[in-house]
Design a binder for this molecule. Structure first.
Ligand code: RIB
Ligand code: CA
Length: 342
């Protein structure tokens, strides 16, 4: 009797251990290979710090920069700064397109400041750019990647990926999915009454990416304007009492002022970091598969994204449109990850 009970207890213990090992293996298996394409930019820098502070979930293979908020030399310098501040100088930064595919370039220095990074002192980072252009890096990396293995987070105008897709359409084989900060539907735009900045800055590029058929998720103003800073949320970040908390607190405090005045809100959005939070904790967000159309015609609708949320036209649902998010959950995640940095 005693022997069989002993065997039974041992069996239960072994099964429990096996279950834990499997769960851990699944957890580890979920680590994503990620390329971040970005135009830093205040909220881009917060997104980069969040991603680089999350190595268990995100293998940031490279950062590729594009002109957008400010010119390419400054977006590339700011990407290298974020990398230095995160202590992740092994991650290569490739500079990419200095202008949109077709339209005349626009910038957002009125929001992000002349240096593209408000609220903090900038300097020339120690480590330089990687050899080669971001578009070539995307072509070679995605062309040779394991099938559908690499996620691309697009935090600025989509020029680099569009150029890579035009040059080598076959690179879609290496793409797992593309997650875009961009677009606006329910509550209008930020750069025009209907258009969001990243789409307005290069709608032709966004159309190339949309037409490529890659798995596409949009994190638009519809959700980023629901995830707003507040005095308490900035205080919880600054209470980390480390360099990262101080920097992000100062950056956001400065960055959100324009939006708070423009929209008459008690806080401002951290657009790009919402993309990284989606990758880290998708359960914080909700949305639905919709048909998305992008308007690149000259006129009042230039850069507009039309998301058919109620499936009125019954067209192909080509994009997952994120429409809601847990604001406090986002700031708790951001605070916890920034707490890992110096
Ligand atoms: O409209 C907000 C977006 O445009 C963000 O990505 C911001 O960094 C700017 O690029
Ligand atoms: Ca951006």
């Amino acid at each position: 009797m005693h022997t069989s009970r002993h065997v039974f207890v041992h069996l239960i213990r072994s099964v429990a251990l096996l279950a834990i090992l499997c769960a851990t293996a699944v957890q580890a298996a979920e680590k994503r290979d990620l390329i971040i394409d970005t135009d830093p930019g205040a909220d881009d820098v917060v997104a980069l710090l969040l991603a680089l502070a999350s190595p268990e979930e995100l293998n940031v293979m490279a950062i590729t920069t594009v002109a957008g908020n400010v010119r390419i030399d400054k977006t590339s310098r700011n990407a290298r700064l974020a990398r230095e501040w995160a202590g992740r100088e092994e991650v290569p930064v490739y500079a990419g397109a200095g202008r949109p595919l077709v339209r005349t370039p626009i910038y957002a220095e009125n929001i992000h400041g002349k240096e593209g990074l408000p609220g903090v002192e900038v300097h020339e980072p120690k480590k330089g750019l990687a050899e080669g252009n971001a578009v070539q890096y995307l072509v070679e990396t995605l062309r040779n990647a394991a099938p559908h293995s690499i996620t691309i987070a697009m935090l600025g105008p989509q020029t680099n990926l569009a150029l890579a897709l035009v040059q080598a359409p076959e690179i879609t084989q290496g793409i797992k999915e593309v997650v875009v900060m961009g677009g606006a539907h329910f509550n209008g735009g930020n750069i025009t009454p209907v258009a969001e900045f990243n789409l307005y800055a290069d709608p032709d590029a966004a159309k190339v990416v949309l037409a490529s058929g890659v798995k596409l998720t949009y994190v638009p103003l519809d959700v980023t304007h629901k995830i707003l800073t507040s005095d308490q949320r900035l205080k919880q970040i600054e209470a980390l009492n480390n360099q990262a908390g101080k920097r992000v607190g100062s950056i956001l405090n400065e960055y959100v002022k324009a939006d708070m005045v423009h929209y008459g809100l008690p806080g401002g959005p951290v657009h790009d970091a919402s993309v990284i939070a989606w990758l880290l904790k998708p359960e914080l967000f909700s949305g639905r598969q919709v048909n998305l159309v992008i308007d690149s015609r000259e006129g009042p609708g230039f850069g507009q994204t039309v998301a058919d949320w109620y499936d009125t036209l019954g067209q192909n649902k080509n994009v997952f449109w994120v429409e809601n998010g847990d604001a406090q959950g986002f700031f708790d995640l951001l605070t916890q990850r920034l707490g890992r940095l110096k």
